[in-house]
Design a protein around this ligand. Structure first.
Ligand SMILES: NC(=O)c1ccc[n+]([C@@H]2O[C@H](COP(=O)([O-])OP(=O)(O)OC[C@H]3O[C@@H](n4cnc5c(N)ncnc54)[C@H](O)[C@@H]3O)[C@@H](O)[C@H]2O)c1
Length: 467
């Protein structure tokens, strides 16, 4: 089947950019992205493409080119399902916060709702593509729902996990390392796989389009995230050892990263990884392993999360220790709130947990981030439920100017690696702070020597303090 009409359910960090790039690369395919969140759809349709809800370098240009031509954003989910030959499901799959599997298993409530809606609306055969990251064997649950509640039509289910990284989503989508498509190995399944291969083959070299069975595809996505997160936790575990010895984690990282078998990527020590995926996908792997009675496998992967939590806590404790063991009433300025640079996504950002720890110690936290809104920062903090929303507003302020945020502060904590932080007038910042003025560099991006020459006490991750 030659695909001419695609629908994607979920206009988030994955659905939006992925479909925008498909529409750009396939001008003859009509791509409609639908969501139940009206505000989000309105933002995707904002006349000014700089106001789209997902901040990604290069994305406004892609949207500007395709929107209104063959790319559409809408809240009319039924209509889009009805018209499409291929339906991508790209809704959120967060960790369950209730009941069986709470804190580990993926909450598939939104996936199931999508499946039921597709089953109800579809009147002719459809290819349903899992774009969301799902636990192994979810496709069979989808198939079950579609076949038992549908109008008796044929559904083929494909798994096509997304490997884009936020902050570089457009680049990743334009030139992916690989595209993975899993499907049923029957004649009809292989034909459905082929339909999707033909979409990607418009711009992705065929040797980079891997096809597998559904379960391998589902498991590969969880595994890719688990391996990446494991590297971060591995180097972070060594950062603590470095702080107690005379080794420097940046040097260790360079030394081991030049070994071609190890490679340099994801070897940067930091305050800990964040983002909506790493933690939830590993927890998922842990949950699945445990449900098969594979406790050693589950424990092995769980340690990656334990290490990451430790790293965030350790960073907050280090700030407190260096401010004479009390931060009560002291102003700590945060540079950065997003979970990494070049995104406005804050899900699971280390900054949230570090702020929470400091607020428990009665610190006054003040935050500047170039792309994150004040409303998002408060909602992240409120979500933790550690204190009332009023108390959060009283103890944490959001400031729109990087110099003002540091005025009168006892310490600065760098929580996100935004490039612009490196280019600030640090002398000016120093002059307006309380002394001794501390910088806690949670991303190891600052020029330590230059800051020390100004007079700052600098504390980096993974090297002993030498102030
Ligand atoms: N964010 C990433 O970097 C990334 C990368 C690869 C894979 N993934 C996976 O992709 C999936 C989506 O992630 P995201 O970051 O885009 O999530 P998101 O929360 O940004 O977007 C999901 C969207 O789906 C919408 N939605 C939920 N239920 C719906 C329904 N029944 N009908 C219509 N719309 C509905 C929500 O309103 C929301 O706008 C997740 O499974 C995630 O694990 C994410």
């Amino acid at each position: 089947m030659k695909v001419q009409n695609i629908c994607c359910i979920g206009a988030g960090y994955v659905g939006g950019p992925t479909m925008a790039v498909i529409a750009k690369k396939c001008p003859d395919i009509k791509v409609t992205v639908v969501d139940i969140n009206e505000a989000r759809i309105a933002a995707w349709n904002d006349e000014n493409v700089e106001n789209i809800p997902v901040y990604e370098p290069g994305l406004p240009q892609v949207v500007a080119e395709a929107r209104g031509r063959n790319l559409f954003f809408s809240t009319d989910v039924d209509k889009a399902i009805d018209e499409a030959q291929m339906i991508f499901i790209s809704v959120n799959t967060p960790t369950k916060t209730y009941g069986e599997g709470k804190g580990q298993a993926a909450d598939l409530k939104w996936i199931e709702l999508c499946a039921r809606q597709i089953a109800r609306v579809a009147k002719e055969k459809k290819i349903v593509v899992e774009k969301s990251t799902l636990p192994v064997r979810t496709a069979s649950a989808l198939k079950d729902i579609l076949e038992h509640t549908g109008n008796g039509i044929n559904f083929q289910i494909l798994s096509n996990p997304e490997f884009l990284a936020e902050g570089t989503a457009v680049e990743d989508l334009m030139a992916p390392d690989r595209v993975l498509i899993g499907g049923d190995q029957s004649e009809e399944g292989l034909s459905a796989i082929n339909s999707l291969v033909e979409v990607y083959a418009r711009w992705v070299p065929r040797e980079r389009i891997l096809t597998t069975n559904v379960w391998s595809s589902e498991l590969s996505k969880l595994t890719a995230n688990a391996f990446l997160a494991q590297r971060v936790s591995s180097i972070n575990s060594l950062s603590e050892l470095c702080e107690h010895t005379e080794a420097d984690v940046n040097e260790v990282s360079r030394a081991i990263g030049t070994d071609s078998r190890i490679g340099p990527k994801f070897l940067k020590a930091s305050v800990g990884f964040g983002g909506s995926c790493f933690q939830k996908d590993i927890l998922n792997l842990v949950y699945i392993s445990r449900s098969y009675g594979l406790d050693e496998v589950a424990d092995y992967w769980e340690q990656v999360i334990i290490m990451n939590d430790h790293q965030k806590k350790r960073f907050a404790k280090k700030i407190i220790k260096n401010l004479y063991n009390t931060v009560s009433g002291k102003k700590i300025a945060f540079l950065g709130w997003a979970f990494k640079k070049d995104t406005n996504d804050t899900r699971e950002s280390a900054a949230i947990y570090v702020a929470d720890h400091l607020l428990n110690e009665q610190s006054k936290v003040s935050v500047f981030d170039p792309k994150v809104t004040e409303q998002q920062i408060y909602s992240d903090l409120d979500y933790l439920g550690s204190r009332s929303s009023e108390e959060n507003k009283e103890s944490l302020t959001v400031v729109k100017d990087p110099y003002k945020v540091c005025n009168g502060a006892h310490a600065i904590a760098v929580l996100t690696e935004w490039d612009e932080f490196k280019t600030y007038d640090w002398q000016k910042i120093y002059d307006n702070m309380l002394k001794p003025a501390h910088v806690f560099d949670g991303r190891n991006i600052m020029d330590k020597k230059a800051l020390q020459n100004i007079g700052f006490q600098v504390h980096s991750i993974g090297s002993a303090d030498d102030n």
